[in-house]
Design a protein around this ligand. Structure first.
Ligand SMILES: [Zn+2]
Length: 474
């Protein structure tokens, strides 16, 4: 009933009332429609501004107005759906200072099965300890951490003589890699932005993922990422159409056999600088024989590759993955034999692995020369950013100062994100969401019941603020 009332009110006013949780007076607040709101309250409103990929304008207009109301300098880089991007800067971009870019995306994935949500996906419901809704973590939660860090920095320090600018950069359709998002901004406005570094979305605290034996936190700053290679396979075999007589060869059968070959084939276990470092760090967190094996990954390659195959989240950092994501035929009726079958493959390549080699590998494994393979989308190889870079160590220091007994390591991300195009332009990029999240929260990302602990939201903003303080003031 209460939820129904909230919906009705939101229909009438455009905003839902926020469910009041008590935030301490000491909590930093920003101005939204002349009301001073805390980070969870602002995140709740942002979630209520629904923004599925390619429908960013409504939420983008709102977010931009919040940035403007709080005294940031606004630059529009496209202002319609699927091409809605803006920069909100501490100082005018015309000052041409080297710029620390805090990168985030406005778009979210859809809510999935809305009946499985405990609180409606776009309600922005605030409980005692959490903010709920699609985007609460990815990426609206992270954006609010960044925005609050920037505005708190602005309120604490005199920035007139600052050696750096800081820009909150919000872009469209990261989730779908559309052309009107970050690529558009970089192609047209890179010079205006003048980035010294970009900080984008990445992994949260890692110890759950690597099953560490201690409770001490481990953070990974991503310096490189795997790149996508999306493929479309097609097989056409004209046959007599009736399903009552089975032809010797027909498209569904031949494609099934080929895909079965592909699904059964194990992809190679490959070492890179970054993934070896990950193994050694995991080794530090273990004891006994596990520790010894992990600390000497080259000697125990065979054992490790066998063990890690059963842990896809980790194994994906050691191999080029090939995932069959759709199988379609030109189906018309159950008794008609389709003459065409198409398949999509989502392949993710280790950063410097050649895509031609991957396509050849797939061709060979399918064992059917009639199947055509076309590239739907791909990204070029990107250089890893350097851990010698000043901003890497500032980010590391900010984490050291915020958490006790913490380990920080450079990592590779299995997924591609908007930091990649910056790296392709030679700009240093580091990605991380510097918060601790239980595995239950991680499972809710891109799934039902996405939510974020309020404590984590405050903590993330605190780490980013420290990063800005170390980078600019020291
Ligand atoms: Zn994201």
């Amino acid at each position: 009933m209460r939820l129904k009332l909230i919906f009705l009110l939101s229909f009438l006013t455009g905003y839902s009332p926020i469910v009041e949780a008590n935030f301490a007076d000491s909590v930093f607040r920003i101005s939204v429609n002349s009301k001073m709101l805390s980070a969870p309250e602002v995140l709740s409103l942002y979630i209520q501004h629904k923004s599925l990929s390619s429908h960013e304008q409504y939420a983008g207009d709102w977010l931009k107005s919040v940035c403007h109301e709080n005294g940031l300098h606004i630059y529009e880089y496209g202002n319609e759906d699927a091409n809605y991007n803006f920069a909100a800067s501490l100082l005018p971009l015309e000052n041409n200072l080297p710029n620390i870019i805090l990168l985030n995306h406005i778009d979210v994935v859809d809510e999935g099965d809305s009946s499985s949500w405990i609180h409606p996906p776009f309600s922005g419901y605030i409980s005692e300890s959490e903010v709920w809704g699609r985007g609460a973590f990815d990426n609206k939660g992270a954006a609010i951490m960044q925005l609050f860090s920037l505005l708190e920095y602005k309120s604490k320090y005199d920035t007139i003589a600052s050696k750096y600018n800081v820009t909150f950069l919000a872009v469209s359709c990261e989730e779908t890699m559309c052309e009107g998002g970050v690529e558009y901004v970089l192609n047209k406005y890179l010079h205006d932005l003048n980035p010294a570094v970009v900080i984008g979305e990445g992994a949260t605290e890692l110890s759950d993922l690597i099953e560490a034996e201690t409770d001490d936190p481990i953070f990974g700053i991503s310096i490189v990422q795997k790149r996508p290679l999306w493929l479309h396979l097609e097989l056409s075999i004209p046959t007599l159409g009736h399903g009552s007589v089975t032809p010797l060869e027909y498209a569904c059968k031949e494609m099934t056999i080929a895909l079965s070959n592909l699904a059964k084939k194990k992809t190679r276990f490959i070492y890179t600088k970054e993934n070896i470092k990950i193994l050694k760090t995991i080794g530090n967190e273990k004891s006994g024989i596990s520790k010894f094996v992990l600390k000497h990954p080259r000697c125990f390659k065979f054992i490790l590759s066998k063990k890690l195959r059963n842990k896809p989240e980790i194994f994906s950092l050691f191999t080029n993955t090939i995932t069959i994501t759709s199988i379609n035929s030109n189906f018309r009726a159950i008794n008609q034999i389709p003459n065409k079958v198409s398949v999509t493959l989502d392949c993710r390549l280790l950063p410097e692995y050649p895509q031609k080699k991957t396509i050849k590998f797939i061709q060979k494994v399918l064992k059917n020369d009639e199947i055509s393979i076309d590239i739907v989308a791909t990204k070029g190889p990107t250089m890893a950013s350097s851990i010698e870079n000043l901003f890497y160590s500032h980010l590391e220091s900010a984490i050291f100062e915020s958490y006790e007994n913490v380990t920080v390591i450079p990592i590779m991300l299995p997924n591609y994100n908007d930091v990649g195009p910056f790296r392709s332009k030679g700009i240093q990029g580091f990605s991380i969401i510097p918060i601790e999240l239980d595995i239950e929260y991680l499972k809710s990302i891109h799934s039902e019941n996405e939510r974020i602990p309020i404590e984590a939201l405050f903590m993330g903003a605190k780490v980013y603020l420290k990063f800005l303080e170390i980078s600019i003031n020291k």
